[in-house]
Design a protein around this ligand. Structure first.
Ligand code: PHB
Length: 387
């Protein structure tokens, strides 16, 4: 037999045998694409911890299949994202993709997931496009859209009587979209965003921008920063003397998973997010206790999102007995579920983004204390999603 013919036959045999095997039987290969280095490294760890916690509660299985992890450090670097996700899909043949933190990296993951039909659950990145124009039957998010916390805070800041606001963030999808959500609600309520300041991700040279805020003298500042960048921003804002003169508001990432490092400089800050410390519901109490015991750490919003990503996958895969090829049935099961999250129960929109309460929180000591529900069961508009 000619070498070409032999190659074709073996390729055909592989094509016939492996996908069916991979999709129904044997271990469930979960490709975890998260940051293990850089400003979002701690966020990646919390997501993985949360995900593993749920899988462990299920005896190490999802949809009846034993879970096996393959990991890639995406470094929150969009320029490496397509190569990284292709490694998981094409080289490692994962059944499911889980990732990531950074919106730019997540958009590259969503593109590959859409093109290859691989199941994807996004456990953080809020890129509006993932559950907007890029939405697909096999793409889900267990976290939030960037629009959601921003929009909720726009209403809060207007209600608190502020009229003139300056925004400051990293110049990339998450920052831009968070500010856009804020501005939409704030300006609808009669406020005005007088200046939009930004710096490239993941820079933390805030000084010149803080000087500009001081000179502009707005009623308040709205910001999106997260991880290591959020720690430095909160400290620099206080050190510049701004904290006592111009109230600082943020999407809740500003003070989530960061309070140990921010210390007293974060005290009193108001933020909006789909989680808060000590919500007091039974699911959250059990989750927090188990998390602290397993990891010797307090959980944060990222841990919750990782836990819920595994939960959503578990619900979808249970409905098809672990057969990852049955995308429509998996989607139908997740769409009709009421997910019992530590954040409180939530459902998934048609575009596959959580419909959830947005909490107003205030930092008291080392906690993001619940103040009120800022926006009840807030749904992202899912603009541009055709499914
Ligand atoms: C994002 O890039 O979408 C992002 C990153 C970190 C967060 C939230 C959103 O904490």
């Amino acid at each position: 037999m000619s070498p070409t013919r032999l190659f074709c036959l073996s390729a055909l045999a592989a094509a016939l045998a492996s996908p069916a095997m991979a999709q129904t039987g044997g271990k469930l290969k979960v490709g975890l694409m998260l940051p293990a280095t850089g400003t979002f490294a701690a966020l990646g760890t919390a997501i993985e911890n949360g995900f593993r916690q749920y899988v462990n509660e299920q005896g190490g299985k999802l949809g009846g299949r034993e879970v096996e992890f393959v990991k890639v450090d995406d470094e929150s670097d969009p320029s490496k994202a397509t190569d990284n996700v292709n490694k998981l899909v094409k080289r490692d043949n994962v059944d499911v993709l889980v990732g990531t933190v950074h919106s730019g990296v997540a958009m590259a993951m969503a593109k590959v997931a859409k093109d290859t039909g691989t199941l994807l659950v996004v456990p953080n990145a809020g890129a509006d496009a993932v559950t907007g124009p890029m939405c697909a039957v096999n793409i889900f998010r267990s976290s939030f859209s960037n629009w959601q916390p921003g929009y909720a805070m726009g209403e809060v800041v207007a209600k608190r009587g502020h009229k003139k606001v300056v925004t400051i963030t990293w110049k990339y999808a998450a920052g831009d979209e968070s500010v856009r959500g804020f501005k939409e609600a704030f300006e609808k309520a009669g406020g005005s965003v007088v200046k939009e300041l930004s710096l490239p991700f993941p820079n933390v040279e805030f000084q010149a921008l803080l000087t500009e805020i001081a000179a502009t003298r707005p009623d308040a500042v709205y910001t999106f920063f997260a991880g290591g960048g959020a720690v430095k921003f909160v400290k620099d804002y206080a050190a510049a003397g701004l904290k006592k003169s111009i109230p600082l508001y943020g999407a809740g990432f500003l003070t989530d998973g960061t309070l140990e490092a921010q210390g007293a400089d974060a005290d009193g800050l108001y933020t909006t997010l789909h989680y808060a410390d000590s919500l007091g519901n039974a699911k959250d109490n059990a989750f927090r206790l188990a998390y602290a015991k397993a990891y010797k750490l307090q959980p944060d919003v990222y841990a919750v999102q990782g836990y819920d990503a595994a939960q959503m996958l578990g619900i979808g895969l249970a409905a098809v007995k672990g057969d990852t090829s049955k995308k429509a049935e998996i989607a139908a099961a997740i769409e009709k579920a009421r997910i019992d999250s530590p954040r409180g129960p939530f459902t998934i929109s048609k575009a596959h983004n959580p419909v959830q309460d947005m909490y107003l929180r205030q930092v008291v000591g080392k906690e993001n204390k619940l103040v009120s529900v800022a926006s009840k069961q807030l749904a992202d508009p899912g603009r541009g999603c055709r499914m």
